[in-house]
Design a protein around this ligand. Structure first.
Ligand code: NOJ
Length: 753
C-alpha cells in the first residue's frame, strides 16, 4: 500500500526538503488524530528486557496505527513480518522504524565504549560504528540508541562503561566519528542507520554515583564541562536524541522545555526527533510532576516527540488535546519529525529496505569484521604497570591462567551487547590456546568465584552472563589454583569485574577487586612466580594495593567478541599496547570525583605535596590519582622535546603553531597518543588547570623521531563566561604537551586584544 502511495505521488527518494515536505503534508492531511498520536508511540517488543515494562498486544496496536516503531527485536525475518503487518494491515501503511541498543557492535562486538575511547583512534571508532551499522541493518535494524555521550567523573556510576570518559573534547570527537560511522553520508544507503545521541542531558553526574539519581549543577559547569559532546553530535547531523532520566534544575529532562527546545533546537539547531528513555515520561509521576496525563502533556509541550514504553502519549494525548492542554499543532510537529526521520531513512520509498533476508549470512559476524574487532580490542587495552618489562611474555614454557574471568565466554563482550552471540566468543584460555598453538602450555584453574557473597554475584551476572558459580569452598578453589600454579613459569590472573557489574543500574560504592579475588591474587604473589594481572573492568577501579604489589597490570576492559585473541596478541608481544586512560583512576573511593581538568581553587596544594594545613587536601591521602587521565604504558618508551612555539604572541584570528619532537627511545615500534592541553591563566571566571584541546596518535618505529605540530586558534580558547556567552579572552595561556595529563612539557603564549 505504501509503495503504491509513493508511486502514485511520484515520490523519489531524494532528500530534498521540498519533496519531503510535500509528501508529509499530503500524508498528514489524511491521518486521523489517533494515527498521529500512534506515530509517537514506541513500545518495546518484550523479547529483550531492558527495563521494567513489557508491552502486550503489539500486533493489534500496529494494525490500528498506534505504533511508530519498535525496539530490541532481533532477526530480519521477524522484523520483516512485523513491518509487513504495518504496511499491509494498517490503514495508511506507514512503515515502522526498528531501533536497538547497538552500542559497541552487533554480533561482532567491539570494546565497551569506555575501552574504545582509550584507543584515541577516531578511524577505529568510526570503523566500529560502521561495522555495527552494517551488521544491524543487515538484520533489519534502522535506528541505534547510540552514541552515549554522558561525561562522567564518578566511577561509582555503573554507566561510565557506556561513555567516553571524563573529557568533553575527546567525547565530542568520538561523537562525530560514531555518527559518521552509523549514518554514513545521509542515511540513504541500506547499510546506513539513524543514530541517537543520549542521554540528554547530564545523566553521567548523578549524586553519589547512584543510577537515576538527582543531578544538580550550575549552567556554567554544564556548558563548559558537560554539553560539548551533545552539541557536537547535533552539529554532526545526528538524526535523533534521547532524553535522560534525571532532572535538571529541578525539572526532569523528559519534561524540560528549556533543555529539549530552547537549548537543543533554538540554540543548537537540532531538527531531528527526540525520544524519551525507557518509561522516562511515566517516571515523571514518581518524580512528583503529576499524573500520567499531566506528565505526558508536559513532555510533549517541552519538545519530546516519541514516548518509549510509557504509553503516556498513546493513552492520554487525545484527552489533553480535547481539554486544551496540548495543541494539535504541537502534536503535528512531533508527528512530522518522526515521519521525516522515516522519510530520510528511505522507508517510505522501500519499507523493506533493511529486510533483505540474504544479507545476514553475508554481512554479520564475518571473518573480516572479526579481524577488525580483534585489532581494535588490542588498541583499547591500557598497560597500567610493567615492572622490569615482565611483559611481553615469551612464547614458551607453561603459563597458568587463573581466575573467575579466565574461562567464561558470555562475559567477554561486556555490558550492553544485546545482539551478542554469548556462547560463540572464545574465553581467555580458549583464545590464548588458539593463538599460541603448542608453543606454550596453557593450563587453567578457576581459583575463586567472582565474589564470596553468592547473592551479590547473582546480581552482577544477570542477562545470561552467568559465571557458573562453583560450589566448592573458597579454600578448595584456592588450593587447586596454587597446585596448578606450582608448575607455571608465569601466572596470568584474569580478575576484576563481571560484565554486568557495570552498565545500567550497576553502581558500586567499593571499587576494589572483589574480596575473594584479592585474596587469590595475594596468594598467587606469595608463590614468588611472576604474576600478570589481566584486569577486566567497566570502570576505573581503586588499585592502590595492586599497583604496589603486582609486577604487571594490563587493563583489558571488556574488549568484545575477539577480546581473547587480542589479549593473547598483547600479552605475548604480537601487538604493542597503546591505549591511554580516558578516566582518572583514583587511589580510593573517598577521592571521587577526581578528574584532571579541575579548578585551581583559592588554596591549591603545591605540586608534589601530600598535605598542608589550610590548603585543599586530605589528612589521609594525597590529592593525586593512582593513574591520571591520558596515562598508559607501552612496551617501548617515548621522549618529548621541549615545546617550540611559532610565536610567543598570538593575535585574534591568527593561528599559533606548537611543535614537539617525539622520539621512540625503546627497542620496539609503538604508537603514542600525543596530547595537547591548554590553560587560560586569568579569566573573567575561574578556569580549569588544564583542558585537552588536541591529540595525535603517532606510530613510531624503534629509534624514530617525529615532529608533531598542533595549530592553536581562538576557537580553541573559547569558553562560556558568566553570562554564558561563548568567548575568548586576551591574556596569557599555558600550552602543555605530553603522553598523559600529568607529565607534560610546558610553554606560554599571550593572546593580544
Ligand atoms: C534504558 C537506557 O537508559 C537507554 O540507554 C536505552 O537505550 C534504553 N533503555 C532502551 O533499551
Amino acid at each position: 500500500m505504501c509503495l503504491l502511495l509513493c508511486t502514485c505521488l511520484g515520490i523519489q527518494a531524494q532528500h530534498k526538503s521540498g519533496d519531503m515536505d510535500r509528501f508529509i503534508d499530503d500524508l498528514m492531511s489524511r491521518m486521523t488524530l489517533e494515527e498521529k498520536i500512534g506515530q509517537l508511540n514506541l513500545p518495546v517488543t518484550g523479547e529483550i528486557v531492558t527495563g521494567q515494562a513489557q508491552s502486550s498486544d503489539i500486533a493489534g496496536k500496529i494494525t490500528r496505527g498506534e505504533v511508530g516503531g519498535l525496539f530490541n527485536l532481533k532477526g530480519v525475518g521477524r522484523i520483516r513480518d512485523v513491518q509487513k503487518l504495518a504496511i499491509e494491515k494498517s490503514r495508511l501503511g506507514i512503515p515502522l522504524i526498528f531501533g536497538m541498543d547497538v552500542i559497541h557492535g552487533y554480533e561482532t562486538i567491539f570494546p565497551i565504549p569506555l575501552g574504545m575511547s582509550c584507543t584515541w583512534d577516531m578511524k577505529a571508532v568510526e570503523e566500529s560504528a560502521r561495522i555495527g551499522a552494517t551488521e544491524a541493518s543487515a538484520d533489519g535494524i534502522s535506528w541505534t540508541f547510540s552514541p552515549m555521550l554522558d561525561i562522567s567523573r564518578d566511577p561509582r556510576w555503573g554507566r561510565v562503561s557506556e561513555g567516553n570518559g571524563e573529557d568533553p573534547y575527546l567525547a565530542a570527537e568520538i561523537a562525530r566519528a560514531m555518527i559518521r560511522g552509523y549514518q554514513g553520508t545521509d542515511m540513504s544507503g541500506n547499510d546506513e542507520i539513524m543514530a541517537c545521541m543520549k542521554h540528554f542531558a547530564l545523566y553521567g553526574a548523578p549524586d553519589a554515583g547512584r543510577d537515576y539519581n538527582t543531578v544538580d549543577m550550575s549552567r556554567n559547569r554544564m556548558f563548559n564541562e558537560y554539553m560539548l559532546p551533545y552539541q557536537a553530535a547535533v552539529e554532526a547531523g545526528v538524526g535523533s536524541v534521547m532524553a535522560s532520566f534525571n532532572e535538571i534544575d529541578g525539572l526532569p529532562a523528559s519534561g524540560n522545555k528549556w533543555l529539549l527546545t530552547d537549548v537543543l533546537r533554538t540554540q543548537w539547531g537540532f531538527d531531528g526527533f527526540v525520544v524519551s528513555d525507557f518509561t522516562g515520561i511515566s517516571e515523571m509521576v514518581d518524580h512528583g510532576m503529576g499524573d500520567l496525563q499531566t506528565v505526558s502533556a508536559l513532555a510533549l509541550n517541552a519538545g519530546m516527540d516519541m514516548d518509549m514504553v510509557s504509553n503516556g502519549f498513546l493513552g492520554t494525548l487525545k484527552q489533553s488535546i480535547e481539554e486544551g492542554k496540548v495543541s494539535v499543532e504541537t502534536l503535528d510537529q512531533a508527528c512530522r519529525r518522526i515521519l521525516e526521520a522515516k522519510y530520510k531513512l528511505g522507508l517510505f520509498e522501500d519499507p523493506y529496505k533493511y529486510c533483505d533476508l540474504t544479507r545476514p549470512a553475508r554481512q554479520i559476524f564475518t571473518p573480516e569484521h572479526r579481524q577488525v574487532a580483534r585489532r581494535i580490542a588490542s588498541e583499547s587495552f591500557v598497560l597500567l604497570k610493567n615492572k622490569d618489562n615482565l611483559l611481553p611474555l615469551q612464547k614458551k614454557g607453561t603459563v597458568t591462567v587463573v581466575g573467575p574471568l579466565a574461562n567464561t565466554r558470555s562475559n567477554m563482550p561486556g555490558t550492553w551487547s544485546v545482539a551478542a552471540r554469548l556462547d560463540d566468543y572464545p574465553s581467555v584460555i580458549e583464545g590464548m590456546k588458539e593463538v599460541l598453538g603448542n608453543q606454550v602450555n596453557v593450563v587453567y584453574a578457576k581459583g575463586s568465584n567472582l565474589i564470596s557473597d553468592a547473592a551479590y554475584e547473582q546480581r552482577a551476572t544477570m542477562f545470561g552472563r552467568s559465571l557458573h558459580r562453583d560450589n566448592r569452598s573458597n579454600e578448595e578453589l584456592l588450593r587447586e589454583a596454587l597446585v596448578t600454579a606450582a608448575q607455571a613459569d608465569v601466572i596470568v590472573a584474569a580478575l576484576g569485574e563481571s560484565s554486568e557489574m557495570t552498565g545500567e543500574s550497576s553502581s558500586r560504592t567499593h571499587l576494589d577487586l572483589p574480596d575473594v579475588q584479592r585474596h587469590l591474587l595475594e596468594e598467587l604473589l606469595k608463590t614468588g612466580k611472576p604474576v600478570v594481572l589481566v584486569l577486566f573492568t567497566g570502570r576505573p577501579l581503586t588499585l592502590t594495593w595492586e599497583e604496589e604489589h603486582v609486577p604487571a597490570i594490563l587493563n583489558v576492559w571488556f574488549g568484545g567478541s575477539e577480546a581473547a585473541y587480542a589479549i593473547a596478541d598483547v600479552l605475548f608481544g604480537d601487538v604493542n599496547p597503546s591505549g591511554k586512560l580516558t578516566a582518572t583512576f583514583p587511589k580510593n573511593v573517598g577521592q571521587i570525583p577526581l578528574y584532571y581538568n579541575h579548578k585551581n581553587t583559592g588554596r591549591p596544594l603545591e605540586e608534589g605535596k601530600w598535605f598542608e594545613k589550610f590548603r585543599t587536601s586530605y589528612l589521609d591521602v594525597d590529592n593525586d590519582p593512582l593513574y591520571p587521565f591520558g596515562y598508559g604504558l607501552s612496551y617501548t618508551s617515548f621522549d618529548y622535546s621541549d615545546i617550540r612555539l611559532s610565536s610567543p604572541v598570538m593575535s585574534p584570528g591568527d593561528d599559533l603553531q606548537v611543535t614537539v619532537t617525539v622520539t621512540n627511545t625503546g627497542k620496539r615500534d609503538g604508537a603514542e597518543v600525543v596530547q595537547l592541553y591548554l590553560r587560560d591563566l586569568v579569566g573573567s571566571i575561574t578556569r580549569p588547570v588544564k583542558e585537552l584541546k588536541g591529540f595525535d596518535k603517532v606510530v613510531l618505529q624503534a629509534g624514530e623521531s617525529r615532529e608533531v605540530t598542533f595549530r592553536i586558534n581562538t576557537e580553541m580558547l573559547k569558553f562560556y563566561n558568566y553570562d554564558l556567552e561563548f568567548v575568548y579572552e586576551p591574556g596569557e595561556f599555558d600550552v602543555m604537551i605530553g603522553g598523559n595529563s600529568r607529565d607534560l612539557k610546558k610553554a606560554r603564549f599571550t593572546l593580544t586584544h
